[in-house]
Design a binder for this molecule. Structure first.
Ligand code: 48F
Length: 255
């Protein structure tokens, strides 16, 4: 076997995938719990879903649980979703439940990919494409290049984009920096509030929305975009927020 055959296999497979995914139905930015859940449900619904993640490993904040103790805490509402994708859980104190953080991160990742999601890691989204006051895609670069070298990014287009970048709310901040949307009071409140676990968990599900034409927020980005409270290391709201954004987008694209 020639070594170049190995290289040829990588280059061909990767670039076929990349070429195919320059245009998608939905782009999810950020492979945390909310982004992977949203991606999985949208792909299960038959949409072409591409997920861009800046780090090497998908999973976002799941891996470290709380203070690097790798257990994910979840509430009753999230158990059906865990059961659906085969992630085991145990009863914990005061009506809460725990799941192994590694199993949750890996299980969500596998379920999303097996549903048809194409994930690109080491891909940092740094800007948005906006045409006639609608978000039409994202601008991305290799994480190793972004901000480090004078190399231009490339673009990915989609009918709908989800900012699932967690506390960073990268796309929301990018638009806001440019004064978009001009009439959005929500954007003026950018930045999450102090910790209130119960209120924060409800907020990330109830306030999932299209913050700018073509751009939805899910997970912690909802709080960062709309001024909701942070909630610390509890993950049920993130999963349910991802599911909610998938429902809203499926319905919007179906109209
Ligand atoms: O932070 P993250 O896990 O977001 P989430 O899905 O869940 C939040 C919880 O983990 C945790 C919590 C609340 O206290 O329970 O914080 O809302 O995942 C966000 C993902 O987005 C990636 C980042 O590496 C992470 O995997 N990300 C961030 N910025 C970019 C990005 C970017 N510019 N381009 C691509 N990916």
């Amino acid at each position: 076997m020639e070594e170049t055959a190995i290289s040829r296999a990588i280059v061909r497979a990767y670039h076929e995938k990349l070429l195919d995914r320059l245009a998608s139905d939905v782009i999810i930015v950020g492979a945390g719990p909310s982004g992977m859940t949203a991606a999985m449900y949208l792909a299960r619904g038959g949409l072409k879903v591409t997920l861009l993640e800046k780090r090497l490993s998908p999973g976002g904040g799941i891996w470290g649980g709380g203070m690097a103790m790798s257990e994910a805490v979840l509430q009753d509402d999230a158990l059906t979703l865990l059961d659906e994708i085969g992630i085991r859980h145990k009863p914990g104190p005061e009506g809460l439940h725990t799941a192994d953080a590694m199993e949750l991160a890996a299980g969500l990742c596998l379920s999303a990919i097996q549903a048809g999601v194409e994930m690109f890691n080491l891909m940092t989204v740094e800007d948005a494409c906006v045409h006639q006051e609608r978000l039409t895609g994202v601008v991305a670069n290799r994480t190793m290049i972004a901000g480090a070298l004078p190399v231009d990014p490339i673009t990915f287009s989609a009918k709908a984009v989800v900012d699932a970048t967690g506390h960073e709310a990268v796309l929301v901040k990018t638009l806001r920096k440019r004064g978009l949307p001009a009439d959005c009071t929500a954007a003026e409140k950018l930045g999450e509030g102090p910790m209130d676990a119960a209120a924060g968990e409800a907020f990330v599900v109830e306030n999932v929305c299209e913050v700018f034409p073509g751009l939805w927020v899910s997970g912690m980005s909802v709080c960062a975009a709309l001024g909701g409270p942070r909630m610390g290391p509890i993950f049920g709201g993130m999963l349910l927020s991802g599911k909610r954004v998938a429902e809203l987008i499926a319905s919007a694209l179906g109209d």
